[in-house]
Design a protein. Structure first.
Ligand SMILES: Cc1cc2nc3c(=O)[nH]c(=O)nc-3n(C[C@H](O)[C@H](O)[C@H](O)COP(=O)(O)O)c2cc1C
Length: 222
């Protein structure tokens, strides 16, 4: 017989169908305004917003509730400068040597290059780590499940929470991110997943003129 843990009543708010549909429309309108920004103002923002967004991310569904993530919130100016220096070093290698032609072509419309001034300009950088396994108190390895899926969902909530607080974000993945373990003093069971840059957009910021696929192209109802 399987053993069940303790259960508690679900904290669930029921709404009438019209309000539900109206909420879904409002959310869609709001999330459609999210755009990746690559140019940030140096104006500071309340730290609480970042902390609450990370707390929101940490509510994500995840494999066996083992919560395979760690978030490093960087606000220290010297650390941001060092992060920029190291990232630009890697990016220069990416753009001039490692990147296949097809990838460079696909990136052309974004106008990105090896320069990453946003790493120093934005007030906050959140480095998301994916825990590949856990380490128990006795030093033994503990298996974790669906770590990539779990951290991906948590990161989606993180970006949505920041957007909901009217902050701009950039999802940033420098070439070969393993240098982040040493820079941020994280153990080897944690793999850098991506960076979320957060702040206010620089005045006059422009974004690539792109579109999203229509519902019919990406989904079906059967
Ligand atoms: C996993 C992932 C990695 C990304 N890495 C970078 C990056 O290294 N540099 C960058 O400028 N944008 C990066 N982006 C942002 C995408 O280019 C951007 O989301 C895409 O062009 C769509 O634009 P939008 O976010 O404004 O809708 C990344 C996005 C994702 C999801």
């Amino acid at each position: 017989m399987s053993e069940k843990g303790k259960y508690i009543p679900l904290n669930f708010t029921e709404l009438d169908k019209e309000t539900m549909a109206s909420n879904s429309r409002k959310f869609l309108d709001r999330i459609k305004k999210r755009r990746t920004v690559r140019s940030f103002s140096q104006i500071d923002i309340p730290e609480e917003i970042i902390i609450n967004a990370v707390k929101a991310a940490a509510t994500a569904p995840n494999g066996a509730n083992l919560q395979p993530w760690h978030f490093v919130i960087i606000k220290d100016i010297k650390l941001k400068s060092e992060l920029r220096r190291l990232s630009e070093e890697k990016e220069a290698e990416f753009y001039s040597e490692h990147a296949p032609e097809e990838w460079l072509n696909d990136l052309k419309h974004l106008g990105t290059n090896e320069e990453k001034p946003f790493l120093e300009e934005a007030p906050y950088i959140i480095v998301v780590f994916e825990k590949k396994w856990d380490v128990l108190k006795d030093g033994k390895k503990k298996k974790l499940y669906y770590t990539k899926e779990s951290v991906g969902i948590a990161t989606g909530i993180l970006i949505t929470a920041l957007h909901n607080s009217c902050l701009a974000t950039l999802t940033y993945t420098p070439e070969n991110m393993l240098f982040l373990n040493e820079l941020l003093n994280r153990p080897k069971n944690e793999k850098p997943f991506l960076l979320v840059i957060a702040g206010l957009p620089k005045e006059g910021t422009r974004v690539p003129d792109i579109t999203k696929k229509d519902f019919d192209e990406i989904a079906e109802i059967i």
